[in-house]
Design a protein around this ligand. Structure first.
Ligand code: SF4
Ligand code: SF4
Length: 319
């Protein structure tokens, strides 16, 4: 699944934002209908029928609802990454049209920050979004400090009847830019804190999916057993290109590597070519050090492709 950036506008300024510089520098470009149709055709002809819509904040695009309806009509599964912050009028229009699409074909991933970091008006809008689209929504949380507490996520899931799943991302560095992210030593600390949070997830049967760049070896065998049970045997420690496509038809591996190299989408004939190109780029970056820890060089998990050695953006930063 690739990430299609509908707009470079956003309603928030999260400290860990990996797109911050990108959003600031831009003149808020918006994806056009012409480009959306080109991308849809390209993906369809490559037998890829899933797209994620991102921003900035994708719901700020004036054609957001129509874009989702169009993709649905073309039989794509659409996944929307959103803050859930929408004025009442926008939420009503979104509700009127998008609730007609089944949960199998539409999902929302809400990037949910601690309510203490939101204004009252933002919290009200997010709660209204949760209430409206509850069954379509799972929560995502980005770790940018090793100290964290999942309770507010669990509370929101139970209170609003959201999907019982949390997507946990690590705030990764953006080489050449400033953003709040975890240092390599802080990444080792995560597992200790996560261990104390597993109880509440287990009690409420809430699964936990890792976004890319999580190292396997920070977890003990006992942690791994609990994670496997919680996630029905699916726990990933990957670093594979996400494939981001901007409104200007530039494409890159993922936001942390967006400064490293961008290519025009028109350079590729199909989706496999894009994936192969950026996978080779990441493999090249991993070639010498392999992963973020010294131990990665001789690690059997790396050889067996069970772990990709954390985020390669750390390796670029080291250089
Ligand atoms: S470099 Fe790898 S781990 Fe880092 S953000 Fe990109 S895909 Fe994810
Ligand atoms: S590849 Fe590196 S990060 Fe992954 S398990 Fe091995 S030593 Fe740890």
């Amino acid at each position: 699944m690739a990430n299609l950036l509908l707009t470079e506008k956003c309603v928030r300024a999260c400290p860990y934002c990996f797109a911050k510089e990108y959003l600031k520098e831009s003149k808020a470009k918006m994806l056009s209908w012409e480009n959306l149709i080109y991308i849809t055709d390209l993906f369809e002809s490559s037998n890829e029928k899933k797209l994620s819509l991102l921003g900035g904040e994708p719901t700020l695009h004036p054609e957001f609802v129509d874009f989702v309806l169009y993709l649905n009509q073309r039989k794509f599964h659409v996944n929307v990454f959103t803050s859930g912050i929408m004025p009442a009028k926008k939420l009503n229009t979104t509700k009127e049209y998008l609730l007609k699409i089944s949960e199998e074909n539409l999902s929302f991933v809400c990037n949910y920050n601690h309510p203490n970091t939101s204004t009252d008006s933002e919290t009200k809008q997010i709660n209204a979004f949760f209430k409206t689209f509850s069954k379509y929504i799972s929560l995502s949380f980005n770790l940018y400090q090793s100290n964290f507490d999942f309770r507010f996520l669990v509370d929101a899931i139970l209170k609003h009847g959201l999907k019982k799943h949390i997507r946990l991302g690590l705030a990764q560095p953006i080489p050449g830019q400033r953003n709040e992210c975890l240092t390599i030593s802080e990444i080792r600390e995560i597992a200790k804190n996560l261990r104390t949070q597993l109880d509440i997830l287990e009690q409420n049967r809430i699964s936990l999916g890792f976004d890319c760049g999580m190292p396997l070896c920070i977890f003990s065998n006992e942690d791994m057993g609990r994670l496997f049970k919680l996630n029905k045997g699916r726990v990933l420690f990957t670093c594979c290109p996400a494939i981001d496509i901007g409104p200007d038809m530039q494409t890159w591996a993922c936001f942390p590597l967006s400064n490293y190299e961008k290519r025009s989408l028109y350079d590729f004939d199909n989706v496999s070519e894009i994936i192969q190109y950026f996978s080779e780029q990441q493999n090249d970056l991993r070639k010498d050090k392999k992963g973020i820890f010294e131990e990665c060089k001789t690690c059997t998990y790396f050889e067996e492709k069970l772990c990709f050695g954390g985020c390669v953006a750390h390796l670029i930063n080291k250089q």
